[in-house]
Write a protein that binds this ligand. Structure first.
Ligand code: AMP
Ligand code: ZN
Length: 114
């Protein structure tokens, strides 16, 4: 856990938030600035800066996050489909430097634009 990391605090319950799923490894909570009618983040409880900072040690964690994304999508009524996004690094538009999956559903921004 990194002291100055907002997602460490949210995922570990130090700052209360709108949690939709939680287990020993991850926490999923609503995005504060939703880009779609359903927009939650799936965040590991341990601090990992980004996908690029993952190592072989994180193999199981990454698999767990993706499998849970599917499960959470079902729980949130996204049987018809959804989008998962992992913004990574400056050019990837990552603004919070703690690994997270965006799970977007119902009507998300068109991508690619136009
Ligand atoms: P990214 O640009 O991929 O790093 O995404 C960061 C996301 O975190 C954005 O969609 C923000 O709206 C969201 N976010 C930032 N702070 C909070 C917070 N305190 N609670 C929930 N979501 C947050
Ligand atoms: Zn963190």
């Amino acid at each position: 856990m990194a002291d100055d990391c907002i997602f460490c605090k949210l995922a570990n319950g130090e700052i209360p938030t709108d949690v939709v799923y939680e287990d020993d490894l991850i926490c999923s909570f609503k995005d504060a600035a939703p880009q779609a009618p359903v927009h939650v983040l799936i965040v590991p409880k341990k601090h990992v800066g980004s996908l690029d900072e993952c190592t072989a040690e994180d193999h199981a964690l990454l698999g767990h996050m993706l499998l849970k994304a599917s499960e959470i999508a079902g729980k949130l009524g996204l049987e018809n489909g959804y989008r998962v996004v992992i913004n990574t690094g400056e050019d990837g538009g990552q603004t919070v430097h703690h690994l997270h999956i965006h799970l977007l559903g119902k009507r998300y921004m068109e991508w690619p634009p136009g």
